[in-house]
Design a protein around this ligand. Structure first.
Ligand SMILES: CCC/C=C/C=C/C(=O)SCCNC(=O)CCNC(=O)[C@H](O)C(C)(C)COP(=O)(O)OP(=O)(O)OC[C@H]1O[C@@H](n2cnc3c(N)ncnc32)[C@H](O)[C@@H]1OP(=O)(O)O
Ligand code: NDP
Length: 321
């Protein structure tokens, strides 16, 4: 019995992915609630800029903020995509969503986009730096331009938008909430996404720096690190074959991917006056994935009560070192 259990344990601990849970029974404990959480009207008379708001998570943020009364501006490169999203959301919520073309890599384009925004709505109260570029790639295969492209979109793009808006807001003596969307690996680094990890870490340093420096002008700066949430933009570039989705789900203690609307509720809270004392915060929103990957002994979740009996007996039998 003991040998058999030992063999089983050895093969499990050295072996296959997907050990931890076969049917993920815990998902029943963590159902996603996808309706808007805050009171309707929370963002009445507020203007929100969402970069990358035409697709994926940025689109979900725009839906929620618009439902809660904000006038939204969504900005990215593809004007047609933005216009279609803007029309769909405006007609769903009854609140105007504006589409403004902007490549955040280009500081002049950013300045022109903000001119356009000022003419449409005035300067925003809420700024969400959500636009990003990313793809998995072994670092030895990255060209200089591949590296630069991701750094330009994520780090420089966020800096150009934030600094240009910040300067104008300071001049007008208007306060605002700035939020950056990073990732859980901004903190740990990660193989195969080195440009994204480096850029997102830079974004976090920028936002923490400005939280300290620009509070005196009425500006708050916060960061959300999402775990995996299915979007076409992310999953087509991070998991093109779909092979890694189950691996990811298996290691998330809440047993499922996140939903865009769940993230959007957190974004809305952190951008609202309910969070007016929150600045310089980094909120990980990942179903527990980060700690699950990090903990040295977390694989022991797959050990059964019978196997624990054997292991405990072996440990107790040990005398001395
Ligand atoms: C799953 C859980 C955790 C998930 C985290 C997710 C984090 C995210 O950030 S998801 C966001 C995903 N969304 C996007 O990336 C949307 C925007 N992306 C793009 O537009 C493109 O993917 C790109 C970032 C490449 C930018 O497009 P652009 O047209 O400006 O660039 P290109 O001219 O196509 O490429 C620039 C150089 O990069 C090289 N390159 C492009 N793709 C790859 C690749 N898959 N592998 C290696 N290299 C790549 C491309 O060849 C260019 O370099 P060069 O040939 O030297 O000129
Ligand atoms: N989905 C996930 O699992 C996770 C996502 N994230 C982060 O969430 C955010 C949203 O990602 P997601 O919605 O999944 O992916 P999407 O690809 O849908 O979103 C990225 C957005 O960025 C815009 N964008 C890209 N390049 C530029 C540019 N040069 N100038 C302006 N806009 C640009 C794109 O629009 P366009 O092509 O029109 O320019 C697109 O709308 C990103 O910051 C991402 O890093 C973080 C962790 C996990």
């Amino acid at each position: 019995m003991t040998d058999h259990v030992c063999l089983q344990l050895q093969s499990w601990l050295h072996g296959s992915a997907g050990l931890w849970s076969s049917s993920l029974p815990q998902t029943g404990f963590f159902p996603p609630l996808e309706n808007a959480m805050l009171l309707s009207g929370t963002f009445n008379n507020r203007v929100a800029l969402i970069t990358g708001g035409g697709t994926g998570l940025g689109r979900a943020m725009t839906v929620t903020l618009s439902q809660l009364g904000a006038q939204c501006i969504i900005a990215s490169r593809k004007l047609e995509v933005l216009q279609q999203t803007a029309e769909e959301i405006s007609s769903q919520t009854g609140n105007k969503v504006h589409a403004v073309q902007c490549d955040v890599r280009d500081p002049q384009a950013v300045s022109q986009c903000i001119d356009q925004m000022e003419a449409l709505t005035g300067l925003p109260d809420v700024i969400i730096n959500n636009a990003a570029g990313n793809f998995v790639c072994p670092s030895e295969r990255l060209s200089p331009n591949a590296w630069q492209t991701v750094i330009d979109i994520v780090l420089n793009g966020t800096a150009f938008v934030t600094l240009e808006l910040g300067k104008r807001l300071i001049q007008k003596q208007k306060g605002a909430s700035f939020l950056a969307i990073t990732t859980i690996y901004a903190e740990s680094g990660s193989g195969f996404v080195a440009p994204s990890a480096s850029a997102k870490a830079g974004v976090e340093a920028l936002y923490k720096s400005l939280a300290a420096e620009w509070g005196r002008y009425g500006h708050r700066f916060n960061i959300i690190q999402p775990g995996p949430i299915r979007t076409k933009g992310a999953f087509s570039r991070m998991d093109p074959t779909g092979a890694f989705e189950k691996v990811k789900i298996d290691r998330i203690p809440t047993g499922r991917l996140g939903k865009p609307a769940e993230l959007a509720n957190l974004v809305a809270y952190m951008s609202s006056d309910y969070a007016s004392w929150m600045s310089g915060a980094v909120i990980r929103f990942d179903g527990g994935e980060y700690v699950s990957i990090a903990g040295e002994f977390n694989e022991l979740r797959s050990v059964t009560p019978d196997q624990w009996k054997v292991m405990e007996a072996m440990i107790r039998k040990t005398k001395g070192s």
